[in-house]
Write a protein that binds this ligand. Structure first.
Ligand code: PMV
Length: 355
């Protein structure tokens, strides 16, 4: 082995910026090792992203040694979650981790306290870095479809919906008969059959509350196991997804919006009929939802909402409605946002290598 290869093996540094994503048809309910009970589809976002740098050096003794900085500071709870994940990955997928020093530095483009779920962007950024290090160790310098498929697969094992973050524009995760190559193991990019109006669709995220959720997503997925509506829900998600993809291809914003809003409300309805039942929306969420619907009816401007598993409201609209929707948001919705916080986001081009 040449000195160069030897030294590369001992100091491989990579960095990736990976975005968050917002599901239009929601994944809610899982089985086995993070496999989805129903297919989902998402917009890849642009502004809400995580930047992660990983330096890998092989060590001559057994055991993994991890250092972890979040926003330049040590963070014990994040570090222990990452260490656990890296240990799992080392046995089956990345054996090089077994005896390595792994230094991770990560930061989000959005405030940690904003209530925005960062696991999709964080875990996909980490997965991309690990796949990139593996690539370098194997002497590969290009990022093939197989590279992104593996990154999606690894992201899924870290945090289900993170698997949809590694593709531009949109991603489909789960089996959809009309989407060739769709899989439960990883998401696939969905960028060809998208009408131009959706290429730069806006998503303004209204931060209604920055507080941690009272019921985590993993607990929520688990509660679906005994939810009496679960079987009907899983069928419904598949049917809605098929219709939604046709609307997205045809630029049919009306059908897109109707399905997207229905999905958000269904997700929260499933929480409300779990045992124990719970509510993650706040009063402010309901108020802005009603205002969005009223504004749409009164003006005819195609502005719609969706929700994640939390109280924050995503306002979705086409780029050409930006001016009118902005004045509406500032005057009517911003007063309901925590400290007036809004993240102006839109459909994005996917992850970027930054080092
Ligand atoms: O990826 P998880 O396990 O955090 O689940 C997220 C599920 C939702 O965000 C509510 C919906 C989705 O498909 O992203």
């Amino acid at each position: 082995m040449s000195n160069l290869t030897e030294s590369l093996k001992n100091n491989i540094k990579t960095g990736w910026e990976s975005p968050s994503n917002i599901a239009l048809v929601k994944y809610w309910g899982k089985y086995d090792n993070q496999l989805p009970q129903n297919p989902s589809v998402s917009f890849t976002l642009s502004t809400a992203a995580t930047r992660t740098f990983v330096t890998y050096s092989e060590s001559n003794h057994e055991g993994m040694d991890v250092s972890f900085l979040f926003d330049g500071h040590e963070n014990a709870p994040f570090k222990s979650r990452i260490e656990k994940f890296l240990n799992q990955m080392s046995s089956e997928y990345f054996p090089f981790l077994k005896n390595g020093h792994i230094a991770i530095e990560t930061s989000n483009s959005f405030p940690h306290s904003s209530g925005i779920a960062s696991s999709a962007s964080a875990m996909s950024a980490l997965a991309l870095c690990l796949c990139d290090i593996e690539n370098s160790l194997n002497g590969n310098t290009t990022f093939s479809d197989a590279f992104f498929r593996k990154a999606s697969f690894i992201s899924r094992l870290a945090s289900g919906s993170a698997c949809r973050s590694v593709f531009p524009l949109m991603a489909v995760w789960g089996l959809v008969p009309t989407v060739a190559g769709s899989s439960e193991e990883w998401a696939i990019g969905f960028s060809e059959d998208i009408h131009p109006v959706f290429h730069n669709f806006h998503d303004d995220i209204l931060i209604i509350s920055p507080n941690e959720k009272s019921v985590s997503s993993s607990a929520g997925h688990q509660l679906m196991e005994n939810n009496p509506y679960a079987p009907a829900r899983y069928t419904q998600a598949g049917d809605r997804l098929k219709t939604l993809l046709v609307a997205i291809r045809d630029g049919d914003i009306d059908t897109f919006g109707k399905i997207t809003e229905a999905e958000a409300l269904t997700l929260h309805a499933l929480m409300m009929c779990s045992d124990p039942a719970y509510i993650l929306m706040e009063e402010g969420s309901l108020t802005v939802i009603k205002k969005i619907q009223k504004f749409r009816v009164e003006t005819g401007i195609p502005v719609w909402f969706t929700l994640d598993a939390g109280p924050n409201v995503h306002v979705l609209y086409p780029a050409d409605a930006d001016q009118q929707v902005q004045s509406f948001i500032i005057s009517e919705l911003k007063p309901y946002c925590h400290e007036g916080k809004i993240i102006r986001d839109k459909v994005g081009t996917g992850p970027k290598k930054i080092s």
